[in-house]
Design a protein around this ligand. Sequence first.
Ligand code: EPZ
Length: 432
Amino acid sequence: MDKIKIHGGRVLEGKIFISGAKNAALPLICASLLTDETVTLTNMPMLSDIKAMNLLLEQLGTQISEFDDFVDGHATKTYSYRTKSIKSLVAPYDYVRKMRASYYVLGPLLARYGKCELSLPGGCAIGARPMDIHLSSLEKMGAKIEIRNGYIYAESDGRLKGTHIIFPGVSVGATCNVLMAAVLAEGRTVLENAAKEPEIGDLARMLNDMGAKIEGIGTSVLTIDGVSSLHGTVHKVIADRIEAGSYAVAAAITRGRIELINARPETLRQPLQVLKDMGVRIAETDNSIIVDAKGCHLVGKDIMTEPFPGFPTDLQAQFLALMLTADGASMVTETIFENRFMHVPELLRMGANINVHGHASAIVRGVKKLSGAPVMATDLRASFALVLAGLVAEGETTVNRVYHLDRGYEKLEEKLKGVGADIVRIKNDEED
Ligand code: EPZ
């Protein structure tokens, strides 16, 4: 397995181009199943999760074409998806096991073909992550759902029926899945307590461009008037707010200055405010955010994760690493997932001072220095937190299990090297 080696201590300076958002692209790819026309997605990030989703759609019968493209002078990918006829309505265990987001095929397949068999995703490194909200909502729309032998069998007798759904908890995945089902349902669906993450807005806007009738985009109440068919479209994936937030922390933790090209400040209000409160200078231009921590003395700040527009759980690990380099104590509270402090034991091995209380909160105290060590993490964002710690640690840090990073950070070493980091990937088969 590949490893990443970092020699800490460099002050990062320069520009980083922010890629298209993984968590927007994954449901957008699945939304292409809702039409027999071509859906073209531009500004697609080159990530292993995108490849995994493409493989799943190909086995369902989607024809996919890949093109090299440029967005603002930066190399990206464009993919075209066309599902003229379906070969299979099954999302098998081997696909879902590798990538939970495979469950985004459920809503579209049920809506267009009246049937879907989906391997039930299990828990994962960050929590139990059930699908009860997705399933009970689809049942309210008339789907018959059974769970047997580890699979969800969902069927609908004719079109799904529009109805009024009040989600019992805020779920990004359930909101996307039910939204994709509702656009082809008969009549009006109202979704209350819907998640408001920018990735959902991106999905809803593309669906409207395909002929759907969705109102309330960006709010917690979505009203959808079902239509009988959708058409193709060309859509540019929004910039990845979590990637942008992660590199903002890279600037802050090394007391450097990075301009995040294409980042969208309106999707990052809370994290940017936390950085400002800690003492980092933030400026916004037409197409970028400038994060400047040169010469700054940072102070700790409490954070608590919440659904958007609150502080994102996907930036908790990175900010926790940053708090280690700030003065004083910071309380980090995780309210979305029940097991999202798996980076802490590894950071402790690098000399961190962190006390985790139960599963929900951690007290982080600033330390004089971190020291390099071999480390590994169990998920994507935790792995990035270890990279961040490595950037300021004394000596060498080796981050193992790089496949986590490859799921969500496009050209990670290239981007960090471009702003001055001493970072290198050691390929599995290379001499170490
Ligand atoms: C999405 O996961 C993201 N994944 C996650 O990104 C992100 O951490 C999460 O939203 C929260 O923002 C993708 O977009 C592909 P949820 P999702 O449904 O949709 C509970 C990353 O690093 N819940 O909003 O699975 C659930 O257990 C990641 O890129 C139920 O109880 O998250 C959790 O505690 C990882 N029943 C909470 O709701 C359900 O039916 C929020 O989960 C559904 C969810």
